[in-house]
Design a binder for this molecule. Structure first.
Ligand code: UD1
Ligand code: MG
Length: 461
């Protein structure tokens, strides 16, 4: 009986020339996750005790993006072929004895169930190698599976295949389960005498088979699962499939989507039941949304925490913000990082907030900027209120206590504090603290000069 311990090696050293990108291929994103994060997550879900990523092109940026944690990195400085790539990971698995699951950093659609089946078959058959294959209409470019019934005898690459072998439609997905340490010993005997001058990982299939070891294949039901991403057209197609899967899961949990094809929700975003998402909504990063919210077209939320029954109206952009229960945001509001709304708040059209904390029931309905503001409960900001928080060098705080009424077109020259229950007259420029229960007026007095306009018109004629 072989050990059923599992370690994963993820190949991610290729350049991805066809992406035409400064970014390594495996860092292009789907639903907020780089391509390489998908097999990493699968390996974790399958309980792999070690996960080693073979990096080469852009290795530092791949490492920086994924971080260390439970991951090992093996650097393949020259890309000499898939066999060479797996051998590069040997040291990072330091004497591992069990099953090595080989995954590709550019194959994001594989389902966990499929990989579990691959492992189960590999273990049940006590195989040395089990390869994941697919039956496709156009096998061009792929390695072909040469079988004798259930047993796999060899994999032949397109460039090395005979005319007859090229008619085989069962292809190698590039995903395998191997017995270790056998696989590493076998790889040391693989040469590079082939059409591409590369160390082919696929050569160990013929070697294992010739030595009388069991080599099996698991054919996936849907070939789409093993599609690799080579260009941006395939990236968009895979993103669409993943979007359908993620959105279907959310709808099953009780989230409504008017048009799931145009609703963009990142992996890891959580949404409560009876929330309705309209078309062209983007929910990104670590965003949490409560129950019975309405999120209208064009809203973009990044790293936000939204309570229950919140209504986010069209075109609003929220980042790093918290909106408490029963809030109403937008249309076209901009909540920037550090915005905290305790509940029952209204932030209306063309209002921008940043590092602003508003107590329950406070509102700013129109054309307002609240930056570096600490605001109590039931404060009403009239149209066109501005916290002048920046003096060109430092940021300063505006404090507005409970139940203050701020008239339209008020500027607060921070730092300044407005005592509770005060009233600021419209058009005021507030430069000094206002005591509680006061009226503050800070505007020049009006003068009417009668007949002046009439005289002016006459003199023009
Ligand atoms: C390989 C298989 C082929 C299979 C196909 C599936 C071999 C020899 N052939 O083809 O049978 O049908 O995958 O897509 O294995 N990589 C490295 N280092 C290297 C070379 C490759 O990390 O030195 C990585 C690539 O980044 C990629 C993966 O390995 O993620 C597969 O390499 P790629 O060149 O796309 O596969 P092929 O050799 O064309
Ligand atoms: Mg290649």
């Amino acid at each position: 009986m072989q050990s059923q311990k599992c370690a994963a090696v993820i190949l991610a050293a290729g350049q991805g020339t066809r992406m035409k990108s400064a970014l390594p291929k495996v860092l292009h994103e789907i639903a907020g996750q780089p391509l390489v994060a998908w097999p990493v997550e699968q390996a974790r879900l399958l309980g792999c005790e070690k996960i080693s990523i073979v990096v080469g092109h852009g290795s530092d940026s791949v490492r920086n993006k994924l971080g260390a944690g439970d991951l090992q990195y093996a650097v393949q400085t020259e890309q000499l072929g898939t066999g060479h790539a797996l051998l590069s990971a040997e040291a990072s698995l330091s004497g591992f004895n069990g099953t090595v699951l080989l995954l590709c950093g550019d194959v994001p659609l594989l389902r966990q169930e499929t990989l579990q089946q691959l492992l189960d078959l590999h273990h049940a058959e006590e195989a040395m190698v089990t390869v994941l294959t697919a039956q496709v209409n156009d096998p061009y470019g792929y390695g072909r599976i040469i079988r004798d019934g259930k047993l796999v005898q060899a994999i032949v690459e397109e460039k090395d295949a005979t005319a007859e072998q090229k008619t085989i439609r069962e292809i190698n997905s590039g995903i395998y389960a191997f017995a270790a340490p056998y696989v590493f010993d076998a790889l040391r005997n693989v040469g590079r005498e082939n059409a591409q001058g590369e160390y082919y990982l696929t050569d160990i299939i013929a070697a294992a088979s010739a030595d009388g070891h069991t080599v099996r294949a698991l054919q996936v039901e849907s070939p789409e699962e093993v599609h690799g991403i080579n260009d941006r057209i395939q990236l968009a197609a895979a993103a669409r499939t993943i979007r359908q899967r993620l959105n279907a899961a959310l709808m099953r949990q009780g989230v409504s989507m008017i048009d799931p094809e145009t609703t963009y929700v990142d992996v890891g975003v959580q949404i409560g039941s009876d929330t309705i998402l309209y078309p062209n909504v983007s929910l990104r990063g670590r965003t949490l949304i409560g129950r019975a919210c309405i999120i209208e077209p064009g809203a973009v939320l990044t790293d936000c925490e939204i309570g229950d029954r919140v209504h986010i109206k069209p075109g609003s952009v929220l980042a790093g913000s918290k909106v408490g229960d029963d809030g109403a945001i937008g249309p076209m509001a901009h909540l920037r990082p550090g915005t905290i709304l305790d509940g029952d708040n209204k932030i209306g059209n063309f209002v921008e907030t940043k590092k602003a904390h508003l107590g329950i029931g406070s509102q700013a309905s129109h054309l307002t900027y609240l930056g570096d503001a600490e605001v109590g409960r039931n404060v009403n900001f009239g149209c066109g209120t501005i916290t002048c928080n920046y003096d060109g060098r430092d940021k300063h705080l505006t404090v507005v206590e409970d139940d203050v009424f701020v008239g339209s077109d008020t500027q607060f020259i921070a730092p300044v504090r407005i005592g509770r229950n005060s009233l600021i007259a419209a058009g005021s420029t507030i430069t000094k603290d206002v005591p509680a229960d006061s009226l503050a007026i800070a505007r020049s007095e009006q003068r009417n000069i009668e007949g002046w306009a009439k005289e002016k018109k006459k003199s023009k004629k």
